[in-house]
Write a protein that binds this ligand. Structure first.
Ligand SMILES: NC(=O)C1=CN([C@@H]2O[C@H](COP(=O)(O)OP(=O)(O)OC[C@H]3O[C@@H](n4cnc5c(N)ncnc54)[C@H](OP(=O)(O)O)[C@@H]3O)[C@@H](O)[C@H]2O)C=CC1
Ligand SMILES: Nc1c(N[C@@H]2O[C@H](COP(=O)(O)O)[C@@H](O)[C@H]2O)[nH]c(=O)[nH]c1=O
Ligand SMILES: [Zn+2]
Length: 355
């Protein structure tokens, strides 16, 4: 209850939109490739309903919030707060702006406009035409950040790119030579488990040719619950055959190749790229075509560095283990970064950096 406090209208708007962002976090990964949105319904300074986006294909935040209101008559005197513009198109569910109009909700406060071309201002226009009082742009930056994958995909026409690697305390990601065809583990078991959690959260994971050849990378979610990501690997000459774990047909797998003769089979899709041109740019284009909203580049050095040098990354997650190697394959070098958060996972340090 805010009845007896002295918050201004703007402060109240920010407070409720902040609550919408909190709610939206509950649905972030389950809703993909849809955005996760939060909605709050306020009557006389009291929250009478809340909702967030359901599992992909299910109801959006607004119908969930509306359905949670016990006394539906109060909707006619309430304000609906929502972190993203209510949709105006028929997707897997009917337009949310129609429901708001039908329920005669008189005021709607929106965090940010939807960048998706089919909506993008049309939801706002439809509600205004129906006489709803609409306010747009409250905590806009935070609302966009809460759907960073969705906004990057629609505004930049590419997935949100997360670089990830593990390095020794003296800056190497692997020894120069390995006897066995498996990864040289630098980070600890708990860090490994966290990476598998990320595999269940992001839409795709990508590795370079040498990583597949020397590690026999599987790129599945095995040490956490949830779904496998789409696997993506680079293989110019298409030399990685079905003996490799990445070709085990378990999940959708995209191979980026220069070999025009490769024909997609089973779960493996061959996508042609011109290796004389900028490869990361072409990969982004291919992943956009496959509606992939986020990708983690898991290595190795050359692959990571080529995305860095092409300025195609949004975030880097770097594990620093305690071991030293003295010589080996050097860790990639970031050209620029903005924020640095450090977390400790027992003996490992996890550095999170954004551009
Ligand atoms: N500690 C860690 O977090 C990780 C360590 N590793 C380790 O790293 C090592 C592999 O790293 P690295 O040797 O750098 O190899 P990569 O896995 O990055 O593969 C490099 C190869 O992929 C192709 N490729 C990648 N990017 C491009 C591009 N932009 N344009 C054209 N071709 C490209 C090229 O293949 P081609 O030359 O055939 O055309 C290139 O030689 C392994 O030892 C692995 O164990 C790997 C991942 C993570
Ligand atoms: N060595 C190393 C990593 N290596 C990465 O993990 C991949 C192995 O994945 P999978 O085959 O699914 O188990 C490997 O090919 C490489 O991309 N990752 C880390 O978090 N820490 C590490 O120390
Ligand atoms: Zn909707």
């Amino acid at each position: 209850m805010l009845k007896d406090t002295v918050l201004s209208i703007l402060e109240k708007h920010e407070l409720y939109i902040y609550r919408c962002i909190q709610l939206a976090k509950q649905g972030t990964y389950a809703a993909m490739p849809n955005p996760s949105v939060g909605a709050v319904i306020v009557h006389n300074d009291k929250i009478i309903g809340e909702g967030f986006t359901s599992l992909y294909g299910g109801p959006h935040a607004e119908p969930n919030a509306i359905a949670s209101v016990k006394n539906q008559q109060l909707l006619k005197e309430s304000t609906l707060y929502v972190s993203l513009e209510p949709c105006s198109h028929f997707g897997k569910t009917p337009p949310c702006c129609d429901l708001i109009i039908e329920k005669q909700i008189p005021r709607v406060v929106i965090g940010t406009v939807d960048p998706f071309a089919k909506v993008c201002g049309k939801g706002i226009a439809k509600m205004k035409e129906a006489g709803v009082e609409v306010t747009v742009g409250v905590l806009e930056d935070s609302c966009q950040k809460s759907n960073k994958r969705f906004f990057t995909f629609h505004q930049n026409k590419r997935p949100y790119i997360i670089l990830k690697w593990a390095q020794t305390s003296d800056g190497y990601i692997a020894p120069l030579y390995k006897e066995k065809q498996r990864p040289f583990w630098i980070s600890n078991t708990y860090s490994k488990q966290l990476v598998h959690k990320w595999r269940s959260e992001e839409m795709a994971f990508l590795v370079g040719t040498n990583t597949v050849l020397t590690d026999n990378t599987e790129l599945t979610t095995r040490h956490w619950y949830g779904q496998n990501p789409i696997r993506v690997y680079i293989d110019k000459a298409a030399k990685i055959d079905q003996q490799f774990a990445i070709r085990n047909n378990q999940v959708k797998t995209i191979c980026i190749t220069a070999n025009k003769e490769m024909i997609s089979q089973g779960n493996t899709i061959f996508e042609y790229a011109n290796f004389q041109e900028n490869l990361p740019e072409q990969i982004c284009h291919i992943l956009y075509k496959h509606h992939i909203l986020s990708v983690v580049i898991e290595g190795g050095r050359q692959t990571l560095q080529s995305f860095i040098d092409s300025d195609l990354w949004d975030e880097a997650r770097i594990f620093v283990g305690q071991a030293t190697l003295k010589q080996g394959i050097k860790a990639p070098v970031l050209n620029t970064f903005k924020t640095l958060n450090q977390h400790h996972i027992l003996s490992d340090t996890l550095k999170i950096v954004t551009r």
